[in-house]
Write a protein that binds this ligand. Sequence first.
Ligand code: FRU
Length: 460
Amino acid sequence: MIEVSERYRPLFHYTPARNWMNDPNGLVQIGAVTHLFYQYNPLGNHHGGISWGHATSTDLLHWQEQAVALPEREHQIFSGSAAVDWHNTSGFGSGGPPVVACYTGHRHGHEAQFLAYSQDQGQTWQFGGDAPVLDLGKADFRDPKIFWHPESGRWIMAVVHPDERQVELYGSADLHRWEPLSVFGPAGETGGIWEVPELFPLTDASGQTCWLLKVDLNPGGLYGGSGAQYWLGQFDGQTFTPATPARWVDHGKDFYAALAISDLPGRRVWIAWMSNWDYAHEVPTTPWRGSMTLPRELGVVQGEEGPVLTQRPVPELRTLRRHAQHLNREGIYPLAGQAHELLLRWERGTGRRLTLEFRSGVGTELTVEVGEHSVSVQRPDTATTRHLQGYAGRHTAPLPPEPGTLDLHLFLDSSSVELFAADGRVCLTDLLFPSAPLQEVCLQTQGLTLLGAELWNLSP
Ligand code: FRU
């Protein structure tokens, strides 16, 4: 019997044992170990006393919580990033290359960028002195993402001016002295403040590279509250020039503040905070509050509407597959355990719909519907979630127009659903708090012929 308080504890998404968590921070790969830092309140289940919590993993799925890396001091330790300083440009090294973090020090009425570093491969951390490295004397100026740009032989920082809806880029040879390079925005969605920028290159199958700029906004998200938007374009070491309009990164309600793992060889993977500022403080979990999304491998493909971002669940997830069932026809299939993966493929045809209804002993807890042009997820209004502003409802994502095979890949954990469709071109992430554990899924195909349909019970 699962304790009631642990009922919504995810099996394969990171949550801290206790207390509040929001954005991922300082994601960095050091040897075989991935380090995840995050906005964390060591003392309570609400946003406050923000420090950098810390967890590590060797497979991106099983995380071990570590001691708090950067505790609150005269300022709270707001969001930021980390990277290995291979050439010790910062001078923080002692023996091997240091790992350097750049974060926002937040006090009431003042935000500036500070450094911290680790000389033992990310295990323990020191503050890089008391002085900020970038301070404009502003109240809101935050979330530095730093990375080494080999072509110009310097560090780049992307940092936001939330109220102005602008991302500013800075350059530095040593991480200490920063010079302004360019300003992007306002652009795209501007119905809320901008937060947590990301900027990195992605290479498509033909070897062409383009750059992705992501920035979150709150409110003004697709279904209210927070959301994330991106552009693809070029970055010449100075300026980011978009080649696409702004697009939503995810069509659900619970994907925010994504950050990619620095120094991860051979692939680009990001993780986001799986919540929404609309109701983050009220989600019915205790003694923790806040969960990360699955790690997603990123790519770019050429679509009818130009380059498009793709996000796929990392292949490591296949190691969690246990019992498999083939869903070869319409019907009701039992759901064993607390976590599930579902993979469906079919040939696109006209006017066909596919419906999946996930039910508990109480009723339908989640409906997924795929039509010809869109896919949607519907969260019902239940007693457990009635107090969450804007929780109930339907979240819809358009499907790309190209004909051919369509795939739907779903991951269900104890309190979330993540949907990937059309080879990762469409993503939809939602928290889900069923009134009782899911027991079965009802599949309706309405005459559509499935090319493949498998359901796995997942277990760590
Ligand atoms: C985004 C954010 C950041 C800020 C941090 C504070 O969710 O508001 O802009 O640095 O969270 O915890």
